[in-house]
Design a protein around this ligand. Structure first.
Ligand code: GUN
Length: 438
């Protein structure tokens, strides 16, 4: 049975074929079927009109703390553990009020869509009703989302903590709710979210890993972000290292996304690789909280899956464009500070784009579903206008700004004003109807 074509796009198409290969197709014609899947990609289809738009696939695996969004751009004067106490927990506590969540989360999700985040991996808070609210809003707005009700049963403020029992019970309730909520479209998925080993008892971690297994849902947490955090984990657990704490609680598998992973030992990296887990690299946050510089080149060389995250509000920027820029800087810092006998190469433009698209998809085991414009994949895309009159990205007459340079300039200088439309599974989820050539 052939499906009907519901939309056709004409323009310059840019996507990643592999970590190092970027494909740019000028005058591409892309057909999207009624189910939002890419039905065909034709090359070199010339239009009578000039097509200046770049259609670029974007699969931002955003590790995001949705409730921390109101703090973005503030409170970055202290390291992780103090930052949690001083700024983050007090804000997250406000989500005990469902009314506050209902007011705040729609703004967060709409903003992320407008900035081009087609897929977001969210940490909510410990509160069941507000976490459900976030899932509903992501569902209503058509974003692809992984939503986690956060687990915290120890080493947390008296007013922002759960009992082991209620944490585990609410988690199961949440997982069932989200699975029911989105039975049809399956764009919204629950994700088991122990905040980090410091705030979860062993009993709780065992119990929620069983829930993850029972419902076959992914897992996310924070790992090896900061020296004081690592030392605290070593005091709390007798496992050989931080990564093995999660592993020994069956929280490390090929559906696990660990944010940060900055200070991992070779044994830990090997364990992550063996289990098929991945790292969400959040360079802005790593700089802002002075956590350290993640050696992404090493992770990639060792075959560990890596995607990019913003980590709002540890990172001050809400856009994956910033993660690309910060990841580029982090790669250069790694290179500049590498010991002379351990030369490191920078993260190339193609690699940066891969990390923000296919890398993210691979963390979610969605590399056969999204991440680039292969026929049969779902059409998640951004329509980019590099010459948006509100935000022209530095193009000059008389200078040969070919499509490669325009693309590079968009990644480093562009912003949401260059993003005309955002599509998830073929449906426009942000932007205005465009009167241009496609
Ligand atoms: N570790 C535990 N909680 C958090 C958080 O909210 N943000 C970051 N960056 N690290 C964490």
């Amino acid at each position: 049975m052939t499906s009907k074509i519901s939309r056709i796009f004409h323009g310059t198409l840019i996507h990643s074929l592999s970590l190092t290969e970027l494909e740019i197709i000028k005058d591409a014609l892309v057909g999207v079927d009624e189910f939002g899947k890419i039905a065909f990609v034709e090359k070199e289809v010339l239009s009578e009109q000039t097509v200046n738009d770049i259609l670029s696939e974007w699969e931002a695996t955003e590790t995001k703390h949705a409730p921390q969004y109101p703090n973005a751009g503030t409170g970055l004067d202290v390291p992780l553990l103090e930052w949690l106490e001083k700024y983050t927990f007090p804000l997250e506590q406000l989500f005990s009020s469902l009314a506050f969540a209902e007011k705040t989360y729609p703004i967060v999700v709409s903003n992320l869509l407008r900035h081009g985040t087609t897929t977001a991996v969210y940490y909510a808070t410990i509160h069941l009703e507000s976490s459900k609210c976030l899932a509903r809003i992501v569902h209503q707005k058509g974003q692809r989302g992984f939503i986690g009700k956060v687990n915290m049963d120890r080493n947390s403020p008296e007013t922002y903590i759960e009992t082991t029992e209620s944490s585990s019970k609410d988690t199961e309730n949440f997982v069932k709710y989200v699975l029911d909520l989105d039975q049809q479209s399956r764009l919204v998925t629950p994700i088991i979210t122990p905040r980090f080993a410091i705030s979860c008892s062993s009993e709780l971690m065992h119990s929620i890993s069983e829930i993850a297994e029972r419902y076959n849902v992914p897992i996310q947490s924070h790992l090896s972000e900061n020296d004081a955090e690592i030392a605290f984990v070593a005091e709390l657990f007798s496992d050989p290292n931080y990564t093995s704490v999660y592993d020994n609680h069956k929280l490390l598998n090929n559906r696990t996304i660990m944010a940060h992973g900055i200070h991992l030992s070779p044994e830990e990296r090997n364990l992550i690789k063996t289990r098929g887990a991945g790292i969400s690299h959040c360079p802005n946050s790593n700089f802002s909280l002075c956590s350290g510089v993640c050696n992404v080149r090493q992770l990639l060389d060792e075959g560990i899956k890596v995607g990019l995250g913003t980590d709002v509000s540890g990172g001050f920027s809400k856009t994956i464009l910033d993660s690309i820029r910060s990841a580029s800087v982090a790669g250069k810092v790694t290179q500049m500070t590498a010991p002379k006998d351990k030369k490191s190469s920078p993260i190339t433009l193609n690699e940066l784009f891969y990390l923000s698209t296919m890398g993210g998809a691979s963390l979610l085991n969605l590399e056969n579903v999204i991440g680039n414009f292969e026929v049969g994949k779902e059409f998640d895309a951004l329509l980019i206008d590099p010459e948006s009159h509100q935000s022209p990205i530095n193009l000059f007459e008389g200078i040969d700004d070919d499509v490669e340079r325009v693309f590079e300039k968009f990644l480093f200088l562009g912003d949401e004003r260059n993003i005309l439309k955002v599509y998830v599974r073929g449906k426009m989820v942000s932007g205005t109807e465009y009167e241009g050539d496609c």
